[in-house]
Design a protein around this ligand. Sequence first.
Ligand SMILES: Nc1nc2c(ncn2[C@@H]2O[C@H](COP(=O)(O)OP(=O)(O)O)[C@@H](O)[C@H]2O)c(=O)[nH]1
Ligand SMILES: *[C@@H]1O[C@H](CO)[C@@H](O)[C@H](O)[C@H]1NC(C)=O
Ligand SMILES: [Mg+2]
Length: 375
Amino acid sequence: MVIISSNQRKPLLLSTLFLVFCLIFFFWPLKMMNNNPLEPVASYTPLIQHPNLPDPNKPPAWQNTTRAKAAFVILTRNEELDALRRSIQQLEARFNHKFNYPYVFLNDVEFTPEFKELTSSLTNAETKYGLIPKEHWSYPAWIDIEKADRLRKKMGEDGVIYGGSLSYRHMCRFESGFFYRHPLMEEYEYYWRVEPGVEFYCDIDYDPFLYMKENNKKYGWTISLIEFEETIPTLWETTKKFIKEHSDMIPKKNLIDFISNDNGHSYNLCHFWSNFEIGDLKFLRSPEYSAFFDYLDKSGGFFYERWGDAPVHTIAVNLFLNKSQVHFFNDIGYKHEPFMHCPVVRELQKKCHCNAEDNFDLTPNSCLRRWIEIS
Ligand SMILES: Nc1nc2c(ncn2[C@@H]2O[C@H](COP(=O)(O)OP(=O)(O)O)[C@@H](O)[C@H]2O)c(=O)[nH]1
Ligand SMILES: *[C@@H]1O[C@H](CO)[C@@H](O)[C@H](O)[C@H]1NC(C)=O
Ligand SMILES: [Mg+2]
């Protein structure tokens, strides 16, 4: 038997304490890591049946000849041709050479022959080029143009991003309320929005449009973040008035907790970044969405302030839909400067070439954590 004398006990106690301290010191960061959004993100998607992973019992998804009535929709300027070609090339390589979904290009001026030639040459799919009708890209009759000019100038001087730009306001209004009504879009049921300069990092080996359709999804996104409050000072007040006047349109079970931390009293500025969207056009064409857009449009905020199509789409999605109708495309590696969504789950990473450490989901300005928390 080992006898420990009392003067031996003290160093033993000290070294035990030291050991415990070391253990805590080494394992605390690991515990912290378990609390960071990596874990919820990782466990968010049930990977066993993830549509982007190969199923050994099934042929590749693109061999199925069923397609959704769907198209890419790209609002762009002629001058953005090179940045756009980079994005289309990636989209084709990662997804569309297997599925061949058509492209609809929209512009407020005519596309040049060069633009048409150098975009259609990148794909085997159909490409269509549309001019936006004037009434979808100009002041509506009820806008006080002098007031709009004055407020826009002020916002520009205050250094608000795009604050002084009129074309940006037309763009945001068009993307909020008109792109889905363009004659070239009429035949489609689903859309995927693409912008010049965006990047796609992962092979997409299934059909996200069919996925939306088969799973009754109305809206899909990859990045969500906090909006600049100076661009939307009265958007939430206007939304609350709409809710009061149209309470019959708001379902009991919606997603208001994603965009409000106090039960609808205030907006927490979370929005889906609308430069990437995969959506059901029926939703945008619904009486509810139309009523909401018209209400906002009448208030003048697209011109007197600088309401973005991202918060407008987002508020509508979260007012009118529930969680099972909205899909986080965790598997689609994507970047629109300056933010990237890169899948962190190893099985999904295998199809990508982005660095998971650059993933925006883990940063304080991302709203993904809130998305995971709410039910
Ligand atoms: N035809 C046309 N497209 C525009 C105009 N302004 C913006 N866009 C398009 O609208 C989308 C958003 O504009 P962008 O400059 O990328 O804004 P950001 O993503 O908010 O920085 C992009 O697809 C642009 O190509 C415009 O004046 N005319
Ligand atoms: C969401 O709404 C759809 C359509 O109204 C309904 O079929 C579905 O059961 C709802 N899901 C949840 C989780 O409430
Ligand atoms: Mg952009």
